[in-house]
Design a protein around this ligand. Structure first.
Ligand SMILES: Cc1ncc(COP(=O)(O)O)c(C=O)c1O
Length: 264
């Protein structure tokens, strides 16, 4: 298959230098094509992609059923605003509900937005006096100002302050520290059941159960950020299913298959 492209990798890098804000570190390679676990650059060099899209390309590059479903959809209805119904969205919500713990889905555009929505939901649910949310050191919840504030990693906070108020941080795995942080203003606990960015950290045995117990005792929402672990990545549909602990809210994103109800 041809990998012809108008620009070489060097010329593409130059284009970026001139026109793209350099906030991400990138390899000096212009990718032009992907198939399964392989990608090709504009010079025709093939790479094995062990890191497909930070987890977005859950099924590899360009799996034919996904390509066909997306092509069919954009040729049928390319965009449907929230003012209408569309069967595919209803069916996808049904699948998510049936494969998790029931309830309804809210659709948005990114993991950060999903977490923003969960944070708003927790505050709305708990009334005006309870707004604090406990999150965990080493966690990652997104790059908007609010989810950066929820992310307990100082390197992401540098130069951005003041952060959004109301987030308090506990060490991952320390239920006693969580208990000590809860006060009358706390409304929720937000946690990745397995930390992704934090280095694939599996929680100590019993930790998530303790969080469930604390949440029940103090009428807090237990919210699992499964943006990195959801939809089959850990061997279950959702990582929480390994631990026998059911959250009240689940946030998902990041896999190209997520938009397709045709995926089994
Ligand atoms: C656990 C977790 N939550 C949220 C996000 C943010 O997702 P997005 O990049 O889609 O905004 C990420 C991104 O890597 C993540 O790993």
């Amino acid at each position: 298959m041809t990998t012809a492209t108008a620009l070489s990798s060097t010329d593409t890098v130059d284009l970026f230098k001139k026109y793209v804000i350099p906030n991400y570190e990138r390899y000096p390679v212009n990718l032009v094509r992907g198939e399964g676990s392989q990608v090709w650059d504009s010079e025709g060099k093939r790479y094995l992609d062990f890191f497909p899209g930070w987890g977005c390309n859950l099924l590899g590059h360009c799996p034919p059923p996904i390509v066909e479903a997306v092509q069919e959809q954009v040729a049928t209805l390319i965009h449907v605003p929230n003012t209408w119904h569309i069967e595919a969205q209803g069916r996808w919500a049904q699948l998510l509900s049936e494969r998790s713990f029931g309830g309804q889905a809210f659709f948005c555009n990114s993991g950060a937005e999903a977490n923003e929505a969960a944070i708003k939901l927790a505050r709305l649910h708990s009334g005006p006096d309870r707004y604090k949310i406990i999150t965990f050191e080493g966690g990652f919840h997104g790059r908007t100002l609010c989810t950066t504030s929820a992310t307990a990693q100082p390197k992401y906070h540098e130069g951005l302050g003041p952060l959004v108020a109301g987030f308090v941080y506990a060490p991952f795995g320390d239920a006693e520290a969580v208990a000590n942080l809860i006060d009358d203003q706390t409304c929720a606990i937000l946690i990745e059941p397995i930390q992704g960015e934090g280095g694939v950290q599996v929680p100590p045995v019993g930790f998530l159960q303790s969080l469930r117990q604390l949440a029940d005792e103090h009428q807090l929402l237990l919210m699992f950020d499964e943006v990195q672990t959801g939809c089959g990545r850990t061997g279950q549909w959702f990582a929480y299913q390994h631990f026998g602990v059911t959250p009240d809210v689940l946030t998902l994103e990041k896999r190209s298959a997520a938009a397709s109800p045709a995926v089994p």
